[in-house]
Every structure is written in C-alpha cells, then in structure tokens.
Design a protein around this ligand. Structure first.
Ligand SMILES: N[C@@H](CCC(=O)N[C@@H](CS)C(=O)NCC(=O)O)C(=O)O
Length: 116
C-alpha cells in the first residue's frame, strides 16, 4: 500500500479518533503523521490542498484526499485484514458486541483486551 499521510493535530478529538483506528488496525505504521495547526482564523494552506474546508483530520492516500473523520475511519477499517472495528450493518453495528469491541472501551479499561 502506498504511504498514507495523515494531517492531524494532537489536540483534535476527531484526529485522535482516526489515530486510534490507525493504531488498532496497525496502519499507523504505513502512515506519515503531519502535525499541523489549524483554526478558522488561521487556515493552513497545506491542509486546504487536501480538504477544501481546511479541517483536520485529512488523509492523503493513493492520490485521493479523504476528510471527515467517520469517512477516514471507515476507509482504514476496510484496508486491514483483521476483524472489522466498525461493522456497517446488522447486530454488530448497534449491538453490545460492537460497542464492547470499540477501541476506546478497550483503552479506557487499559488492559488491551477486546470483548468482555
Ligand atoms: N466533522 C469533522 C470535524 C473536523 C473538525 O472540526 N476539526 C477541527 C479540529 S478539532 C478543525 O479542523 N478546525 C479548524 C477549522 O475549523 O478551521 C470530522 O469529523 O473530521
């Protein structure tokens, strides 16, 4: 897979969500992290090349620009071979199983386990 570039800021909760999915899917290893500062009064020209509304996170991959964190998370979840973190349909999408697998639940518990 071509090297991906994630435009992010450590303080952005949206970017953090994407970074968690990247780590959980191990795709962070194939990702160049570009730490940027953005704000509505100080737009970042580099970010605007990848997201027309200038927000982070934005992911540049294979000549595509992806933005909006749910879109980036879904893309990443479809790029790894492991079990899907974000099931799109059925019981797993809304059911307890899906919520127990969500990485933040795992991180909050702090033991690195999924499931019960
Ligand atoms: N719906 C977007 C929201 C992204 C967003 O609002 N990001 C903030 C940082 S937390 C931002 O880039 N703000 C800069 C601006 O509004 O110009 C997503 O889920 O990615």
């Amino acid at each position: 897979m071509a090297k991906m570039k994630l435009y992010y800021s450590p303080g952005s909760p949206y970017a953090r969500k994407v970074r968690i999915v990247a780590m959980e899917t191990k795709l962070d290893k194939k990702m160049e992290m570009v730490n940027v500062a953005v704000s509505p009064i100080a737009p970042n020209a580099d970010v605007e090349k990848h997201n027309p509304i200038g927000k982070i996170p934005a992911l540049s991959v294979k000549g595509m620009d992806l933005f909006d964190s749910p879109v980036i998370c879904e893309y990443l979840d479809n790029q790894h071979k492991g079990r899907k973190l974000l099931p799109r349909k059925g019981r797993d999408r809304w059911g307890g199983f899906a919520s127990r697998r969500w990485p933040t639940a795992c991180l909050a518990r702090g033991d690195g386990r999924y499931g019960r």
